[in-house]
Design a protein around this ligand. Structure first.
Ligand SMILES: NC(=O)N[C@@H](CC(=O)O)C(=O)O
Ligand SMILES: [Zn+2]
Ligand SMILES: [Zn+2]
Length: 427
């Protein structure tokens, strides 16, 4: 297949040949062989997003999301690789649990990685025997799934990870620093007052210090404060920011109610705008969604009973592409945040860039096709989105290893499941 006249992230117009699973050539005026030719004049061709943080819920909570619905949703949003987190049932803390999850992942429409988790009864010997993407998210405080661990177990996890040459991703909040007085309130904003910024900042500092002492690299998940980001960067560690912490703030909670409750929680707009600056200037390494679907019934209860988490895997790239189109982020920055840097940090050398020899993990975008985000037009099993009514620039199609896994205007937009584990696909 020859994709003609596509505008790449850098702004150059190029022809891109896809042959088998790979990008065979990127050039100017390539001659068509006996192949399908697609005219991409005026359109953007970008590497598919590598979202290193999703919760696809199986095994255990398939009523919230399944591997099938989660990966279809990802494909429709331009995501070509996802990394699933361990707070399923059973939790992914031993080899047998990884094997069970890999069975569900046979329904995946895009490529994936599986993270291994840490609890008091984890089994490092069998866990590291499996093709893990990373160790994590390691919960330093309870979140959905109540997998919070203490410092000594975190230290043990760091050492095990070093021994097995695996990166550790960390959910950094310190529950001893939560603001108990907020417990008297019952509005959604009480969650933000309770899990206050200091609880993240001190946990990030401690997590980084313990890793530095042991000469281990960690990746801090879903940093939500400028200080948390800066502390990670000062220690030479990497971090990610979610779309909800980039675009939403406590000011939205009167409208969102408990649908805006997640861990770490939404912050004040003054903090959010400083997070945005760090995303724009490259201090933040990557965007990851922390896609954490819960049903509307589960969410529509009081703030102290509502499960934490919001969906995001289908809307993240469309929201960022609108930022690029309107000049608030460059296309190159969006490419780095969503694809190139996650590929570098997590050692996926053949992904994340439109480059000869790489896997053809691609999305095609018509910059004029901005639409309104509506939950009922999304493909996730989650029936609501915190971005209802926002502008989104959705891809026309998404390609994984040379095959279109999603075509928006086709009668049947999705093909058969063909996702592979990126740790067992030959890189
Ligand atoms: N972020 C959340 O609020 N919830 C996540 C768990 C997590 O990432 O902490 C979930 O699995 O629901
Ligand atoms: Zn988390
Ligand atoms: Zn998470």
């Amino acid at each position: 297949m020859l994709i003609r006249n596509a505008t790449l992230a850098e702004g150059d117009t190029r022809d891109v040949r896809v042959s088998g699973e790979r990008i065979a050539a990127v050039g100017d005026g390539l001659d068509a062989d006996d192949e399908r030719v697609l005219d991409a004049t005026g359109k953007r061709l970008l590497p598919g997003m590598i979202d290193v943080h999703v919760h696809f819920r199986q095994p255990g909570f398939g009523h919230k999301e399944t591997w099938e619905t989660g990966t279809k949703s990802a494909a429709a949003g331009g995501v070509t690789t996802v990394v699933d987190q361990p707070n399923t049932e059973p939790p992914t803390v031993d080899g047998a649990a990884v094997d069970e999850k890999l069975g569900y992942a046979e329904q995946a429409h895009i490529d994936f990685g599986i993270n291994g988790g840490v609890t008091a009864d984890w089994e490092p010997a069998t866990l590291f025997d499996r093709p893990l993407f990373a160790l994590g998210e390691v919960f330093l405080a309870d979140s959905t799934g109540e997998m919070g661990i203490d410092t000594s177990l975190y230290a043990e996890a760091l050492e095990q990870a070093r021994e097995h040459d695996v990166t550790v991703t960390v959910h950094a909040e310190d529950e001893t620093l939560f603001n108990e007085s907020a417990r008297e309130r019952d509005d959604a904003d009480a969650w933000s007052a309770y899990r206050r910024p200091q609880a993240e900042q001190e946990a990030v500092r401690r997590a980084c210090e313990l890793a530095t002492e042991r000469d281990i690299q960690i990746h801090v998940a879903h940093t939500s404060t400028p200080e948390g980001i800066d502390i990670a960067a000062e220690h030479g560690m990497t971090c990610e920011v979610t779309p909800h912490h980039l675009f939403l703030s406590r000011e939205y909670l009167s409208e969102l109610g408990t649908h805006g409750v997640m861990n770490p929680p939404l912050r004040r707009d003054t903090l959010r705008s400083r997070v945005y600056e760090r995303v724009a200037d490259g201090t933040v390494d990557m965007i990851a969604t922390d896609h954490a679907p819960h049903t509307a019934e589960e969410k529509d209860v009081g703030v102290w009973d509502a499960p934490s988490g919001v969906p995001g895997v289908e809307t993240v790239l469309p929201l960022l592409l609108v930022e690029a189109e309107r000049g608030r982020l460059s296309y190159e920055r969006v490419r780095d945040l969503t694809a190139a840097t996650p590929a570098d940090v997590f050692d996926l050398p053949d992904r994340g860039r439109v480059r000869e020899g790489n896997y053809a993990d691609l999305v095609l975008v018509d910059p004029d096709a901005v639409t309104e985000i509506r939950a009922d037009a999304l493909h996730t099993n989650c029936p609501w989105t915190p971005f209802e009514g926002w502008d989104g620039l959705f891809p026309e199609w998404t390609m994984v290893r040379g095959e279109q896994v999603f075509e928006r205007d086709a009668d049947e937009p999705f093909g058969d499941p063909r996702g592979q584990n990126v740790r067992t696909t030959e890189e």
